[in-house]
Design a protein around this ligand. Structure first.
Ligand code: HC1
Ligand code: SF4
Length: 562
């Protein structure tokens, strides 16, 4: 513990790792473009520069706090300096703010407002560069890059992939994939973490909102929505509601009002996934083959494994993701002419994830040669569409999902947080469904924010080694341990994004620790108020196996190969 003086006020500090954190904890929102607590310190943007009592200026993100320090965060010199940095960044930046997809969420735009920059004194000497639209999920616009390196560090430090890097020097410096290859020709898995960390519009979501509005406008099309678990806890705060609280009932209402014919919960299909994946798992344990079983619901992880560890492809569960299962079942339901009444069915999947846009194009997630999910929109696009519709979201009365697929158990809801798939499967293995049983499953070891969690459970006398992973850099560690024989697991759950889908690449960005915790707690809370908390007790699932799925389980719910 120590004390420093910040702008004339004595401030205590304890274990903050840099002066910037002490300043922010003291209630001063010092701007930064390149600082993120979960990434390494880069010190490139210099916006967090402060001055000490000897007139020395330094970047507060890269300075350790020391007892007795005297700091000024807003001296005349610092203010001028900070404004100049932003002006220089703006001078080399495409400034089509009104039409930029990041407008309203752009940190650079915010800073320009905050510093009252109404004109830029310097000329842009950078040549205009073409956009990279090759990825199914993201658009890279080099003209909006400010060289903060956030995307570079997110891709290499969190995902262990290093798809993006710095090229050239001086005023020619650029961020790009190696040899300026298009993203689609790299190891990119479309996870969108680079986009989450990008403070400007240099990496943005490839949007599909217009396709959805067009389908809604077509009277011959039945537009069906499925809403992923993690979406419900990331929308409310955009409309002034409590951060992290589930707004599923309002989402159903707003989607109906926007013109969707039917609205469903992907948690219903997550229940289906649990039924299939647990069966597949027990079968493999009995035969002692293809272990560990790797979960397959995260498309970024599936692509990572197929690209980096193809020798383990057979270990992936053959289950389609809940998104894929839902759309296959939905399309099959409306193949019946009596039900479709001559209308085309258009399935819109609302996801926290950019990689889901890639998953729907994978030929192994088609049924009868047809694409099951027509369009994926992310949470960020959904929020924009709600604003576009002008509907007052915060005051909407809640509504329930439609039938016949309108209910997901609590087990399906917790899929959206790391460890959720495992916990849902352990609930399935439990004989009882009372609170004490559910609580003991919750304490088995799947919960918590750690990137790698390991524990052992016993099922019918057999000890099962479980590993729960989030973040692909952590997946790399686990895969190397498995490959070298250092670890033996029976099941490995992997979600590509740290903390799971709640922090997916399509969620509203700039989520701090409070938001991450609120989203996690929001999903566990939504689960705890559900009376059916086991996938196998969802009555809609039970009747589906006796009806539509008869003889079609493999065709609709599994992939033939990866
Ligand atoms: Fe996910 Fe899943 S949990 S992958 O994180 O298995 O995207 O929310 O929809 O498909 O259910 C995402 C979330 C989501 C699938 C489910
Ligand atoms: Fe890297 Fe993911 Fe961005 Fe692709 S989408 S460049 S894998 S961070």
């Amino acid at each position: 513990m120590g004390f420093m003086t910040i702008d004339g006020r004595k401030v205590e500090f304890t274990d903050e790792k840099n002066v910037l954190s002490v300043i922010r904890n003291a209630g001063i929102d010092l701007p930064t473009l390149c600082y993120h607590s979960e990434l390494s310190v880069f010190g490139a943007c210099r916006l967090c520069t402060v001055e000490d009592d000897r007139g020395r200026t330094f970047a507060s993100c890269s300075e350790e706090p020391r007892d007795g320090m005297v700091i000024y965060t807003n001296s005349g010199k610092i203010k001028k300096y900070r404004k100049m940095i932003v002006e220089l960044l703006l001078s080399a930046h495409c400034r089509d703010c009104t039409t930029c997809v990041k407008s309203g969420e752009c940190v650079l735009q915010d800073l320009a407002h905050r510093m009252n920059i109404t004109s830029v004194r310097f000329q842009n000497t950078r040549e205009e560069r073409p956009l990279d639209t090759s990825s199914p999920a993201l658009v890279r616009d080099p003209n909006k890059c400010i060289l903060c390196g956030d995307c570079v560090r997110a891709c290499s430090e969190l995902q262990g992939l290093g798809v993006l890097g710095f090229a050239h020097r001086g005023t020619d410096a650029m961020v790009m994939p190696a040899f300026d290859k298009p993203l689609s020709a790299t190891d990119c898995v479309s996870c969108g973490q680079c986009r989450v960390f990008c403070p400007t519009g240099a990496i943005s979501i490839k949007t599909h909102m217009d396709e959805v509005w067009d389908a809604i406008a077509d009277p011959n099309t039945r537009v069906v929505a499925q809403v992923a678990p993690a979406v419900r806890v990331a929308v409310g705060d955009a409309f002034g509601l409590t951060k992290g609280h589930s707004v599923m009932g309002k989402l159903v209402a707003v989607l109906h009002r926007m013109g969707f014919d039917e609205v469903y919960d992907t948690a219903f299909a997550a229940d289906l996934t649990i039924m299939e994946e647990s069966k597949e798992f027990l079968d493999r344990v009995e035969k002692g083959e293809k272990l560990p079983l790797f979960t397959s619901c995260c498309p970024a992880w599936v692509k990572y494994l197929c690209d980096q560890y193809p020798e383990y492809k057979d270990n992936l569960s053959t289950c389609r993701s809940p998104q894929g299962m839902f759309s296959a079942v939905m399309k099959e339901y409306y193949r019946d002419p009596e039900k479709n009444q001559g209308k085309k069915t258009f399935v819109v999947s609302i996801m926290p994830c950019t990689a889901k846009k890639m998953e729907i194009l994978r030929p192994n997630s088609f049924t009868k040669g047809e694409q099951d999910t027509d369009v994926v929109i992310t949470t960020t696009e959904l929020i924009r569409m709600i604003r576009n519709s002008g509907i007052e979201f915060s005051t909407l009365a809640t509504e329930a999902c439609d039938m016949p697929f309108g209910f997901g158990s609590g087990a399906g809801v917790i899929f959206g947080v790391t460890g959720g798939v495992t916990e849902a499967m352990l609930r399935r293995f439990a004989d009882r469904h009372d609170k004490a049983t559910m609580d003991s499953v919750a304490e088995a070891g799947a919960r918590g924010e750690a990137g790698i969690k390991e524990f052992t459970v016993t099922y019918k006398g057999t000890p099962l080694n479980v590993c729960v992973v989030s973040g692909l850099a952590n997946a790399h560690t686990v895969m190397e341990n498995i490959k070298r024989g250092k670890k033996q697991y029976h099941i490995v759950e992997v979600m590509a994004c740290r903390r799971g889908c709640i922090m997916g690449g399509g969620q509203p960005p700039r989520a701090g620790n409070r938001t991450k915790t609120a989203r996690t707690e929001g999903l566990y809370q939504a689960d705890s108020v559900t009376s059916i908390r086991k996938a196998d007790e969802n009555p809609l699932i039970v009747s589906l196996y006796d009806g539509l799925l008869k003889g079609k389980v493999h065709e609709l719910l599994h992939v033939d190969e990866y």
